[in-house]
Write a protein that binds this ligand. Structure first.
Ligand code: NDP
Ligand code: 8X3
Length: 252
């Protein structure tokens, strides 16, 4: 298979690190982006010449444009963009949630994702080749208490992916939204609960959640589909997770 160039946002931890490592290991070229760079540098040291480290806050629109513009020539022809950087903050009901947390989720999960996409897409369309793989969530499909803005940002990711495919029809470029459910072994819940690691661990107690490797499997499979195949979305859940009934509160 031809060597690909893959840009992964949020590559310092969790899904993004597993995805970056998977592609570097199989011989592809990886542009690994996040704000923290220690694990990116470790990856670059292990896979010398195949990993380009990009310290980047996806919320910074000018920095995103400049970073993509100034990639070294051997990393410029991006075949696969994995928009993975994202976070949930808090689980309070909407009437009590922090507006700062809401702003950060919107700025990262929505604005950051569109900044990176807008910077990378013209090159893909010009080359008539490319894939955008967005990491959504089951939270964007199914509501849950406390999911308010986090779920809404992931619903944005879902519909943005659909609308990308509307614009990109017959260009050779396609988009997919992967929508995972409960996934463990990442920093997600620790970030959501602001470092309260025992609360974070309780999310996964007695379960076998999806792992970052499960998500990397799906990204790898998508990247290997032939160019005429567009897969709009993939929903993934661990076997221990399913849907709840509608809630009805009755008067006593
Ligand atoms: P992690 O917290 O382990 O990883 C999140 C990554 O995003 C980190 O590398 C972090 O890097 C990066 N990131 C966060 N903010 C920014 C920013 N402003 N600019 C650049 N990078 C940023 O979480 P997961 O791996 O679990 O989650 C990855 C994605 O998958 C997220 O979009 C999440 O919403 C989604 N998801 C997660 C699920 C789960 O249950 N874990 C399920 C469904 C979807 P750094 O801090 O170094 O910048
Ligand atoms: C992460 C899954 O259910 O915690 O997107 O929102 S959930």
């Amino acid at each position: 298979m031809k060597q690909k160039t893959i840009l992964v946002t949020g590559a310092s931890a969790g899904f993004g690190l597993a995805i970056a490592e998977r592609f570097a290991k199989r011989g592809d070229k990886v542009i690994a982006c996040s704000r923290r760079t220690a694990s990116l540098e470790a990856l670059a040291a292990e896979y010398a010449g195949r990993v380009w480290v990009l310290q980047l806050d996806v919320q910074d629109r000018a920095a995103v444009a400049a970073a993509i513009e100034s990639l070294p020539v051997e990393f410029q022809q991006i075949d696969v963009l994995v928009n993975n950087a994202g976070l949930a903050l808090g689980l309070e009901p909407a009437q009590a949630a922090s507006l700062d947390d809401w702003d950060t989720m919107i700025a990262t999960n929505c604005s950051g994702l569109v900044y990176v996409t807008r910077a990378v897409l013209p090159g893909m369309v010009e080359r008539e080749r490319g894939q955008v793989i967005n990491i959504g969530s089951t939270a964007g499909l199914f509501p849950y208490p406390g999911g308010n803005v986090y779920g809404a940002t992931k619903a944005f990711v879902h519909q943005f992916t659909n609308n990308l495919n509307a614009d990109l029809v017959a260009t050779g470029v396609r988009a997919t939204c992967i929508e995972p459910g409960m996934s463990g072994g990442t920093e997600f819940s620790s970030v959501r609960f602001k470092g309260d690691d025992s609360r974070a661990a309780s999310v996964y107690a007695g379960t076998q959640p999806l792992s970052a490797e499960d998500i990397a499997d799906t990204v790898e499979w998508l990247a290997d589909r032939p160019a005429h195949v567009t897969i709009g979305s993939i929903t993934m859940m661990p076997n221990c997770q399913s849907f709840g009934p509608m809630v009805v509160k009755r008067k006593q």
